[in-house]
Design a binder for this molecule. Structure first.
Ligand SMILES: O=C(O)CCC(=O)c1ccccc1C(=O)O
Ligand SMILES: [Mg+2]
Length: 368
């Protein structure tokens, strides 16, 4: 069945509270929901949510190329369109967010056509039906961080990720306070978001060794793979590559350099679910575990990422999916299924969620 048309709806959803990382403070999330229509009433939804502070791509660049892609996809089958997205992406012709959003929409439509969920479409064996998530705590004063950590544990999370700021001793103090607040059993991760020099990273991480840190994401700059390798030799805390994993080639480079103990896979950053899947398989060859995380997109994109994590048996660590509550709205009709730190993977055909068109109208981004 052929694609008849494509529509996209730019949105601008505020954060409930400003969210601070070493990359800066976020107050508004912008992106676009993309919808593909196929003959005979079928359709699928996806999300394009680049984050200029993280990866450099902009929504405007995405919106500029969508009309020509829509023209290309019109009249093609879903499988042809999925192949087109892969080929264009490998040729470097598609921004990652665009490839990701289109792919999710096409897989949603395909799943509905075939009567199976996206995780089932992607999986070679039975997909998981639940995925554990970590809570995420922005960089903020010690007391507030410790309080939020206690609240997350009370809500049932067994894994927390703490964003790190630009301080030195405050950071160590904050990590110590959070560990003390949650007790010894909770998995605790840090996220440097490229904020440190090698020396700072070594100092802070050496001081954090007593706090049983599960891993630290991207302590050094995105291009500093040799620094990441050396840091792995010098501190006992496992190092995860996040910003450094922005497509298949970059993931291969990180693995070749032995620059990370863990890879973070963000579908919006790497260019979709199938690329994410290839990265996870590649990492498995090196015995490097992966964690799938959101990029604080709305429910549409987040569900895509959830289906990827569910499809992959190699994904066993908690994933970064507890981000919908950070935004004022998730743009989907279904309530967020996050309970006790666990997300339930929808078993309905496709993505398994429907677009909340009322919310979308409310948060529609007006062209500047
Ligand atoms: O991983 C999580 O728990 C949440 C996602 C997250 O932290 C994030 C969200 C948007 C952009 C970058 C990052 C990051 O991991 O660095
Ligand atoms: Mg990170």
């Amino acid at each position: 069945m052929a694609i008849t048309k494509m529509r996209w709806y730019p949105y601008s959803v505020p954060f409930r509270h400003p969210f601070t990382t070493a990359h800066g403070t976020l107050t508004m999330r912008e992106g676009a929901i993309v919808e593909v229509f196929v003959e005979g009433n079928g359709s699928g939804i996806g999300e394009i949510a680049p984050m200029p502070e993280f990866g450099g791509e902009t929504l405007d660049a995405a919106l500029t190329i969508l009309p020509s892609i829509a023209a290309h996809l019109s009249g093609r089958t879903l499988i042809e369109a999925l192949n087109y997205v892969s080929i264009q992406q490998e040729a470097g012709e598609l921004p990652a967010g665009v490839a990701c959003g289109l792919e999710i929409a096409l897989l949603d439509a395909l799943g509905k056509q075939e009567g199976c969920s996206i995780s089932t479409l992607l999986a070679t064996n039975a997909a998981k039906t639940v995925v554990a998530a970590n809570a995420v705590i922005g960089a903020q004063p010690v007391e507030a961080a410790a309080r939020q950590a206690r609240e997350a544990v009370a809500a049932g999370f067994r894994c927390l990720k703490l964003k790190i700021g630009h301080g030195l001793y405050e950071e160590i103090e904050r990590v110590a306070a959070v560990r003390k607040a949650v007790g010894p059993e909770i998995h605790l991760r840090l996220d440097g978001n490229e904020g440190w020099s090698f020396e700072q990273a070594r100092t802070i991480l050496a001081a954090c060794e007593p706090f049983a840190i599960q891993y630290v994401e991207q302590p050094l700059r995105v291009y500093d793979l040799s620094g990441m390798y050396r840091l792995r030799q010098e501190v006992s805390i496992p190092i995860a590559a996040d910003e450094a994993v922005y497509n298949l080639e970059s993931a291969r480079r990180v693995l070749d350099w032995q620059a990370a103990d863990v890879l973070i896979v963000k579908p919006q950053l790497v260019g979709g679910l199938r690329v994410g899947q290839r990265i996870v398989y590649e990492a498995a060859k090196y015995d490097v575990p992966c964690v799938v995380t959101s990029m604080i997109e709305t429910g549409v994109g987040l569900l895509g990422a959830l289906h990827l994590a569910a499809a992959l048996p190699y994904i066993t660590l908690e994933c970064g999916f507890a981000t919908l509550p950070l935004l004022a709205d998730n743009l989907i009709c279904e309530p967020c299924s996050l309970q006790h730190g666990i997300l339930v993977v929808p078993q309905q055909p496709g993505l398994g969620v429907t677009l909340d068109r009322t919310a979308l109208a409310k948060y529609r981004r007006t062209i500047q």
